[in-house]
Design a protein. Structure first.
Length: 695
């Protein structure tokens, strides 16, 4: 019990109890625990006595009836006087047991003062022990009486033996069944009659059947004794648990008065962020539900929910430490609190995320003005951050009382749109964002069924060599036409698949289609062509890409050199996460390509370390290249680096003959774009390969 109370005290301490309060509670608990250890045995013994008295009263009528029937059988066998003598002995013992069950333990102790034994904790315990001892002695005497049954059948050798053995088995089994509370009582009763059975079966008429029956009786006796002890242990355990629970309730009742005064503080901590003192998520949800209900009841005002997220806060934690980060959050909360309009609710949802909810009545400040004011307040320098500023991205959702969870989702989507547009600004949730959000929900809901029904496809866009017509390979591109939203952009599809937990399933599907194309090319002798497939940052983090690639290629006996893995520069930036995977792929013989090169931050050292075989210049630098001299200079520089480092360059987004001629003049290794061919289904890509082979 004391351990339970310690755990309860620790939980209370976490909600605001002082050390002095805990010491007082511990002192009280200690005194209760000492008393509990003293009285627990008494309580269990009292339960044993109560159960024993009840079961004895139930078993006496059964034993008496069996005694009468056994006497009747003996009378028919010509042993009336022996049977009557036996019946008298058995009945006499039972007649003594009846008042022992009906009299109180105190009364029994008064009638038998000479048998009064000292208990472990006073007279009450001694009285219970005395009664249990008397029940055990009388049970033993009753068992001795039943051990005289062999005189009714000449040592179990007469034709009535089967009946008498059945009676002994039945009454001993019943004694163990009823006597589960105190094992000594049933054991004392069953041992004499069963020992007499065993003795008679061994001693008289030595035939194999009787000897086998004697052995069975020995096993039966052992089983009954074990059953009685197991039953008692289970009863003791149940009683101990019951009384421990009662004792714990008493201890908690004593502590209730001390804990009551902390109820308000506990409630406050359950609904507020301990760092900033603002409402936390749980507290905000409660307050927001009330505000929404009021607005919907009056049909007067709209609601504005703002979702705020700090820009660059992770850098603060990494550069200055979490203590400095906590101080920044406290200061941010203060600045936001100072800038709140009247009637607004501010909460910290966690990390560097905050929300503001306020009704838009006629006199309320416009959300756009409030957003600009809050962004300006957060941009002010922080005392602990020398020469460093923090930005604020803010999403706004206007509503007339939608579900608060829906409002949070929409404002969160608006906040991420603000970040995408450059951060440190706000964005108001609109129909376009609503349509995009609905699209993501529908795609997330339908993606699993689409994968199961084979609705997704992998299309292939040709990559041509320097001359502009010789086929160099294909890039695999994911395609899905949603029944409601039409063609889904591959980046959206991959992002939604990751959120829905279908990334690995989707990647396996793409890998399977790519393997089919490689298998086709191998079959027609075009092992010089490569198939490129894109790997997203999320897939690099969550899936063991190298194992998937190796198992697929091995299962189909395909050459690794015909597969190329494209990773974006965003993935390549995280060297620690990408190195192991990319090196493992390169060792297998898979080509590595950097996609969208020029828009990220890949280093030349990384290109060499990862054994990159190709880089693909982003289309933003290639489309319209003939008219952009600065882009021509960039492409030329990349090509010169490629010659030095030994990798190829693929120009994406070629859409005109002028762009092609410019790239040829720069000696670009390979090109890709709508000028040559648009992405096409797998069967069309196969036909193009066959057509070029014939030419």
């Amino acid at each position: 019990m004391s351990c339970r109370f310690c755990r309860a005290a620790r939980r209370a301490a976490q909600t605001g109890l002082t050390g002095r309060d805990l010491n007082e509670l511990k002192t009280q608990a200690g005194s209760i625990d000492d008393a509990s250890r003293i009285s627990l045995r008494q309580l269990i013994r009292a339960d044993q006595l109560t159960a024993a008295r009840h079961t004895v009263m139930l078993s006496i009528p059964v034993a008496f009836v069996l005694s009468l029937v056994s006497t009747f059988v003996a009378w028919r066998a010509g042993r009336l006087w022996i049977a009557l003598s036996w019946l008298a002995c058995a009945t006499l013992v039972n007649l003594v047991r009846i008042p022992l069950c009906r009299l109180s333990p105190q009364r029994v102790a008064q009638l038998l003062p000479w048998m009064h034994a000292r208990g472990e904790a006073g007279s009450a315990g001694a009285e219970v022990e005395l009664n249990l001892r008397l029940h055990w002695i009388l049970a033993l005497l009753s068992g001795i009486a039943w051990a005289g049954m062999p005189w009714l059948s000449d040592g179990y050798t007469t034709p009535e033996t089967l009946f008498y053995l059945t009676c002994v088995c039945g009454i001993t089994a019943g004694a163990v069944t009823h006597g589960f509370a105190f094992a000594r009582i049933p054991i004392g009763f069953i041992t004499p009659p069963l020992l007499s059975v065993i003795f008679c079966l061994f001693a008289f008429d030595h035939n194999p059947t009787r000897l086998a029956l004697a052995v069975t009786a020995v096993i039966y006796l052992a089983g009954l004794i074990r059953g009685a002890r197991v039953g008692e242990r289970m009863f003791l355990r149940a009683c101990a648990l019951k009384h421990e629970a009662t004792t714990a309730n008493q201890a908690l009742a004593l502590a209730h008065e001390e804990l009551r005064q902390f109820a308000t503080r506990m409630q406050y901590q359950a609904e507020h962020d301990l760092l900033t003192g603002l409402l936390d998520r749980a507290g905000f949800m409660q307050v927001a539900a009330q505000v929404v209900a009021q607005v919907m009841a009056h049909h007067q005002h709209r609601l504005c929910l703002m979702f705020l997220d700090l820009d660059g806060f992770k850098v603060i934690n990494d550069a200055y430490g979490h203590e400095a980060g906590d101080q920044v959050l406290i200061e941010v909360a203060r600045r936001l609190q100072d800038g709140l309009p009247e009637g607004a609710t501010l909460a910290r949802l966690g990390g560097d995320e905050f929300v503001i909810l306020y009704p838009l009545d006629a006199s309320a400040e416009l959300p756009e003005q409030l957003a600009q004011r809050l962004i300006a307040a957060i941009r002010q320098p922080f005392a602990r951050l020398a020469h460093r500023h923090i930005g604020l991205s803010l999403g706004i959702y206007l509503s007339r009382g939608d579900d608060i969870n829906e409002m949070l989702v929409c404002s969160d989507a608006a906040m991420y749109e603000a970040k995408r547009r450059g951060r440190n600004q706000f964005y108001v949730f609109n129909q376009s964002l609503d349509a995009h959000l609905q699209m993501k929900r529908d795609v997330e809901r339908d993606l699993a069924h689409a994968l199961a029904r084979g609705e997704l496809e992998v299309w292939f866009q040709p990559i041509v060599r320097h001359d502009g017509h010789t086929l160099d390979g294909f890039e695999a591109l994911l395609r899905w036409t949603h029944p409601r939203h039409g063609a889904i952009a591959p980046p959206d599809l991959i992002e939604i698949a990751a959120l829905a937990g279908h990334s690995e399933e989707l990647l396996r599907f793409i890998m399977g289609e790519v393997a089919n194309m490689i298998q086709f090319l191998q079959a027609i002798g075009r092992c010089d062509l490569r198939i490129s497939m894109n790997i997203s940052p999320r897939e690099m983090e969550r899936i063991v890409i190298e194992d998937l690639v190796a198992s697929t290629l091995k299962a189909r006996q395909l050459p690794a050199r015909m597969l190329e893995i494209e990773i974006t520069e965003e993935t390549a930036i995280d060297l620690q996460a990408a190195t192991q995977t990319l090196v493992a792929l390169a060792i297998q013989g898979v080509s590595i390509a950097i996609d969208d090169f020029g828009v990220g931050y890949s280093s030349l050292g990384f290109l060499r370390q990862m054994q990159v075989s190709r880089v693909k210049i982003d289309r933003s630098f290639v489309t319209g290249l003939a008219d952009k001299t600065e882009n021509q200079a960039l492409v030329s520089a990349v090509l010169q680096l490629a010659d030095s480092f030994g990798f190829q360059v693929v120009a994406e987004g070629v859409e005109s003959a002028e762009d092609l001629q410019t790239l040829q003049g720069l000696q670009c290794h390979a090109m890709q774009g709508h000028y040559f061919a648009q992405p096409m289904p797998a069967h069309a890509a196969r036909q193009q390969v066959l057509a070029t082979a014939r030419v």
